[in-house]
Design a protein around this ligand. Structure first.
Ligand code: GLY
Length: 317
């Protein structure tokens, strides 16, 4: 029987302990655990990698602790513009939405875009209308707003006024969620969803809905989902770059993933991380910041969750 594997992330950054209360850290870890459980349940029942990554991302979109769906970052106008994408490594089919304002779970809309096959990327009001026509949950924009994001936007605007934006904590800046998986049939898939970054310009589109940048999956190579300042993930086509290093240079997953995060992106001091799974079920989760919300389940069924360097083994149940 083929090996299965799953890895998720909920954003990377400085993640100072004081950024969140003990209760908030615990709640974020619990939601990571839940995301792993939901994705793993799909894979262990023989389901597809595509279904597993979507299910895992939906849990994080519905959690207020991550910058995607409910609890997403606000742009400079105080509005949410959501991005998401999903890719099937078996067929190289992909779907994405960008600048969505009313889709409760943007990753579900990305999947529908992929399945419909008329476009890879739908944006703005057309993405919202498409999701509505497809019968997905549509919400008022206020649904996505949490007190934490409102405070973060105000704090960032104060930083900008004072000329200290560079010193803002990562909790005030950005985050993204994502999942990668290998299923029993040997197929790979990746999914990523985000609100972008705090105080981003209205209309700004990051790497998350750009296939090959924030999300990439190709059977036989790897599946990748990234987090960090999207402009750099687009410039370096990070998802595709990891796959290409494996494909053309014969590097293993850990070497390829570490190279792009720790060497290519490190000099820009932007904060970046990714999770990736390879065709043999190995998992990589490099990040060049103090921490990254992340978790994985090994092919042996070992559940792990981490925010900073220390990795906690957790129960499957
Ligand atoms: N990586 C998410 C973004 O930059 O929008």
């Amino acid at each position: 029987m083929n090996r299965i594997a799953l890895a998720i992330h909920g954003g990377c950054g400085v993640m100072a302990k004081l950024d969140l209360s003990e209760e908030e850290w615990a709640a974020a870890r619990a939601d990571l655990h839940c995301s792993l459980q939901v994705g793993w349940a799909v894979l262990s029942a023989g389901g597809s990698a595509l279904d597993a990554v979507q299910a895992a991302v939906v849990v994080m979109e519905d959690s207020p602790h991550f910058n995607a769906g409910y609890g997403a970052a606000l742009n400079t106008e105080g509005e949410h513009e959501l991005d998401a994408s999903i890719m099937d490594g078996r067929t190289l089919e992909a779907g994405a939405v960008t600048l969505a304002r009313r889709i409760r779970n943007p990753i579900k809309a990305a999947r529908r875009v992929m399945e419909k096959g008329e476009a890879v990327l739908l944006g703005g009001a057309s993405a919202d209308a498409f999701a509505q026509a497809e019968g997905l949950d549509i919400v008022e924009a206020g649904y996505f707003t949490t007190e934490r994001r409102v405070k973060a936007l105000a704090a960032m605007k104060a930083h900008v006024t004072a000329g200290t934006a560079v010193k803002a904590s990562e909790a005030e800046k950005h985050g993204t969620v994502g999942a990668v998986a290998l299923d029993r049939a040997g197929h790979l898939a990746a999914a990523t969803s985000t609100g972008g970054y705090n105080n981003k310009p209205a209309g700004r589109i990051g790497d998350t809905p750009i296939v090959g940048a924030g999300t990439y999956a190709r059977d036989g190579l790897c599946a990748v989902s990234g987090t960090g300042k999207g402009e750099f993930f687009i410039r370096y086509a990070i998802g595709h770059e990891v796959a290409s290093r494996i494909n053309y240079l014969g590097e293993d997953l850990e070497t390829a993933a570490s190279k792009v995060i720790m060497k290519d992106l490190k000099p820009y001091n932007i904060g970046a991380g990714l999770v990736a799974v390879s065709a043999d079920g190995s998992i990589a989760a490099p990040y060049n910041t103090d921490g990254m919300f992340r978790g994985w389940v090994t092919p042996e069924g070992q559940f792990c969750i981490a925010t900073h360097q220390k990795v906690f083994e957790v129960s499957a149940a």
